[in-house]
Design a protein around this ligand. Structure first.
Ligand code: GTS
Length: 219
């Protein structure tokens, strides 16, 4: 009932992403929209244009991505994922599940930040030790995934935290193709998410494949 009323007041979309030509912080957002059967418009921003500063001046935190849902303008990739979670019923079945999903999403963010630091600041000197330390981060997600038994982090269908974890794991598999070999639940999670028809089609699209993972070309 609440949900149908909310839909009366808030017409979803059309969604628009304004971002640089990378997967970066829109990777999970795009995968989630694709899996939810949404269409969206992409405005790709050239870094030289960005440096002129006009667009930056209009961004709440001076950064991209920018996400538009009709008249709603959002920044912060995790706020965007949460918004999609609310719009598409991918934020748990009740407040308790939502809290656990938030917790897992923050855990993914911690890993995403460590990965970004390595990629952007210490790729040449720090890549090997990062890969060596990776099991110590992945085992936490493995434990949650193994315990839940549904193939998702929380509940029995994908939440925005699952899309975020999935995308971070795809990037880590590019960094180190064997990194999930000792984590059977995560490995099966990635295989099953990749095989979902709409995700499979999106990952196979030129729109996805043409974009580098990170802005500095390292991966
Ligand atoms: N916490 C923000 C989010 O999650 O959206 C971080 C956004 C961010 O760092 N944006 C970078 C940016 O706009 C690009 S990227 O790291 O996402 O690739 N950089 C340009 C600038 O002028 O800061």
């Amino acid at each position: 009932m609440v949900k149908s009323l909310r839909h009366l007041h808030h017409k979803m979309g059309p969604y628009t992403i304004t971002y640089f030509g990378v997967r970066g912080r829109c990777g999970a957002v795009r995968i989630m929209m694709a899996d939810q059967g949404q269409e969206w418009k992409e405005i790709l921003v050239d870094f030289a244009d960005w440096m002129k500063g006009d667009l930056k001046a209009t961004c709440v935190f001076g950064q991209l991505p920018k996400f538009e849902d009709g008249g709603l303008v959002l920044h912060q990739s995790n706020a965007i994922l949460r918004h999609l979670g609310r719009n598409h019923d991918a934020y748990g079945k009740d407040g308790k599940e939502a809290a656990l999903i938030d917790m897992m999403s923050d855990g993914v963010e911690d890993l995403r930040l460590k990965y970004g630091k390595m990629i952007y600041q210490e790729y040449d000197t720090g890549k090997d030790s990062y890969i060596k330390g990776l099991p110590n981060h992945l085992d936490k997600f493995e434990a949650v995934m193994a315990k839940n038994k549904t193939g998702f982090l929380v509940g029995d269908k994908p939440s925005f935290a699952d899309y975020s974890l999935f995308e971070v794991l795809l990037n880590h598999l590019v960094l180190c193709s064997s990194c999930l070999d000792t984590f059977p639940s995560l490995k099966s999670f990635v295989e099953k998410m990749s095989a979902r028809p709409k995700i499979n089609a999106f990952l196979d699209s030129d729109a996805y494949k043409k974009l580098p993972i990170n802005g500095n070309g390292k991966q």
